[in-house]
Design a binder for this molecule. Structure first.
Ligand code: DGJ
Length: 722
């Protein structure tokens, strides 16, 4: 997996190779990343045959410039004017750095990151390369970690900076990875959006200069996602070379590409340096979040499947492959209008639906009657629930159900008992009125005392009642950043320290209550990233529960994240966000291949609707035995009139397909959807048509859509080999 000779590092996954070289003067340069190559002689492949009069650099008899050199971990101030990966200053305060190779080691297993989410460390068939470079100017050491996850074609990267000097140093930038390409004829694919419309796909050609996706919100955000793909111009869903980069991090980030004067591209990912800096005393170290890289020679689809496999095999809670509970969430059923009687009535009907868990969402605590009051008062509202949750839990048990509960642990309400007791515990400046959003402020999770307090308040409820499911929400972004606990020269550490505090809090809850299944949420999908998925195996994908809106949202989310991590609920009509009316069948079909759940009031639906829900859940239970370890394929493009996706079982004997009309007045023409991933020579029985066709035919001529479909109508197909 990892070889080193002739001063060159060779990192191989099953289908990709990543190669770097130490130049004679100790500069570490990148050589190659792409399809796996067996040859181990890269001496003729130099990416630096360019010339500029500034910062002339001689290497192996050739003259080039620093601005063309493919630095593996670039710095500023020495003639490379492209994006730097690291900026460190010592007592002089100056920011020029020059890192040279010091030593390296190769070890079994993966890199361990203290306090940060990361891919498994103790995995077999994983090797790690740690390269240590030292800065001539500040004496800071940078440790570059590369863990090779051969089986899923992923290389993880992260950086550790160690202060080897005798005085303090300041780190004002520290990327998790940087990677140079000789060429820049790529399109950049990213996921953008807004509240209730997350993760739309955008594909644009790279321009010269910086092309950046970022967040300074204290969360990865509805608006951006810590992921980009670089696709060769001719690459599409199934063909061509595509590089994917994502961060296992949920806070302020930047991922981008800098296209330099010689048309070469530099891909970088890490903490957003705008809201970051870190003071290090002698011998202290700083650990960056982990980035993950994958290469696909078969289009965007394979890149997605690589990420899905990585998540399923190596990412924290996701790799436990826990069966997800099918929930009835009461948010859209009652919003804040909750009472014991209502919940008791709902439980009876929920059991007829066939769900596993009833989730009491916002509105059960303090004096909560709307979003403006009681945030953080984590005690039961006795007016609404005079018996606490005792009767409710008893009723759940009598009906074979479990109870789930909503929390928003990171916030404190402007109108709350909590703030009266602890007016200094939220994020604010002294000089200016803090911004209030949704009636709440953000707790200062840089402080252990506050983390422990929140943990204790949540534990009070979680210990007293048998709660099996926790929805962890976060409904506002951070403003007025800074912490009273930090000295003035360390205030820019706030954003990352907040994330460390948050991960610590979630980790404590997980440790104390390992049986509780946690679903993430941030005003819907405002923090959908691998960092959160490390702790929570599924995330509420969007506050928009309309099936047709969900097509694009789930399509975009599936670019990176596996379907079982994407909470997808069937909700009432007309839809509460869009007012759109769609058939029960379509709402179910759109959710069926994801983490299915319900978001409606079962007390007002008729017997036949109840029976249909029951059937839907039965089908889901049958399918989930294999779909969540299968391969996910997108069959249409994000701007098509129709949307179709497919899952093929691991053994390729079974497949399910959903086909939905996405636009009104979509052309009423006969359709053939070409399926993917089947065995060409096998005959597949298509259950819904009572028809058998070869994989060859279905993948090339297509699966016939025999029926003329109305607006928003959908079809669900099940295929299996005979
Ligand atoms: C935002 C979530 O995304 C919703 O599902 C719901 O839990 C509300 N918050 C409750 O305030």
């Amino acid at each position: 997996m990892i070889d080193f000779f002739n001063n060159t590092f060779y990192l191989n996954t099953s289908s990709s190779s990543y190669i770097m070289k130490i130049l004679p003067d100790g500069i570490l340069v990148h050589k190659y990343y792409g399809k796996r190559i067996k040859e181990q002689n890269m001496d003729f492949y130099n990416l630096y045959k360019q010339f500029d009069y500034t910062a002339v650099y001689k290497v192996n008899g050739e003259i080039t410039t620093m601005d063309a050199l493919p630095f593996e971990f670039p710095t500023t101030g020495r003639g490379d004017y492209r994006n730097s990966a690291i900026v460190v200053s010592g007592t002089s305060g100056r920011t020029t750095n020059d890192f040279r190779y010091s030593f390296h080691r190769i070890f079994e297993g993966a890199a361990e990151l203290n306090g940060l989410p990361h891919l498994d460390c103790n995995t077999e068939n994983v090797q790690t390369l740690e390269i240590i470079l030292q800065d001539i100017v500040t004496k800071a050491e940078v440790h570059l970690f590369y863990s090779v996850f051969e089986d899923v074609d992923v290389i993880s990267r992260n950086t550790v900076i160690v202060n080897k000097s005798e005085s303090n140093i300041n780190v004002s930038k520290c990327a998790s990875m940087s990677l140079d390409f000789e060429f820049s004829d790529f399109d950049m694919i990213s996921l953008y959006g807004r509240w209730a419309n997350e993760r739309s796909v955008e594909r644009i050609p790279l321009r010269h200069g910086q092309n950046i996706i970022s967040s300074t919100r204290g969360a990865s955000g509805h608006h951006s996602n810590p992921f980009i793909a670089l696709a060769r111009k001719n690459a599409n869903e199934d063909y061509g070379e595509v590089y994917g980069a994502a961060l296992i991090y949920s806070g302020d980030f930047e991922i981008g590409v800098d296209v330099g004067q010689f048309d070469n591209a530099r891909l970088f990912a890490g903490i957003n340096h705008e809201t970051f800096s870190w003071e290090l005393k002698p011998n202290e170290s700083f650990v960056s979040p982990q980035a993950v890289l994958t290469f696909s020679d078969s289009g965007i689809g394979k890149m997605s499947r690589n990420f899905h496999k990585m998540c399923r095999k190596h990412l924290g809670e996701c790799s436990k492959n826990l069966p997800h509970p099918v929930v009835l969430n009461l948010w859209e059923a009652f919003y804040f209008d909750l009472s014991e009687e209502k919940v008791l009535e709902t439980i009876k009907n929920a059991s007829k639906m066939g769900v596993d868990t009833v989730v009491i969402d916002d509105g059960w605590f303090g004096k909560r009657k709307n979003e403006l009051v009681s945030m953080g008062d984590w005690y039961i509202n006795v007016e609404r629930f005079p018996n606490g949750f005792h009767r409710i839990i008893r009723e759940c048990k009598n009906n074979g159900l479990k109870l789930g509960l909503w929390f928003e642990p990171e916030m404190i309400g402007k109108e709350s008992d909590f703030i009266k007791e602890h007016p200094e515990w939220f994020v604010k400046l002294n000089e200016i009125e803090p911004i209030v959003s949704r009636g709440e402020y953000v707790l200062d999770l840089c402080q252990d005392e506050i983390i422990n307090f929140v943990f204790d308040s949540m534990s009070g409820i979680l210990k007293k009642y048998e709660i099996s499911y926790l929805k962890w929400d976060m409904n506002r972004n951070i403003t007025d950043m800074g912490s009273l606990s930090l000295q003035s020269n360390c205030q820019n550490e706030f954003s990352h320290r907040y994330m460390l505090g948050l991960y610590k809090l979630i980790g404590k809850i997980k440790k104390e209550f390992p049986h509780i299944y946690i679903e993430g949420s941030a005003g819907g999908g405002g923090r959908f990233d691998f960092g959160m998925l490390y702790y929570m195996p599924q995330i509420w994908c969007s506050d928009n529960s309309d099936a047709i809106s969900r097509l694009d949202i789930q399509f975009g989310t599936s670019m990176v994240y596996p379907p079982e991590t994407i909470s997808s609920h069937v909700s009432a009509i007309p839809n509460h966000q869009t007012n759109r009316v769609t058939s029960f069948n379509s709402r179910g079909n759109v959710a069926q291949m994801f983490a299915l759940g319900y978001e409606l009031n079962p007390n007002i639906i008729n017997e036949s609707a109840m029976e249909s829900i029951f059937q839907q859940i039965e089908k889901h239970r049958e399918l989930e035995k294999w779909i969540f370890e299968g391969d996910f394929y997108r069959l249409t493009d994000f701007d098509d009139e129709y949307c179709a996706w497919q899952i093929v079982s691991k053994d390729m004997k079974k497949s399910v397909v959903v086909f939905v009309v996405k636009l009104t007045k979509a052309k009423r023409i006969g359709q053939y959807v070409r399926l993917k991933g089947l065995q060409s020579d096998k005959v597949y029985k298509i259950k819904q048509y009572d028809l058998s066709l070869t994989g060859d035919l279905i993948m090339n001529a297509g699966l016939p859509i025999i029926k003329q479909l109305d607006d928003f109508e959908s079809l669900f197909f099940e295929l299996s080999t005979e």
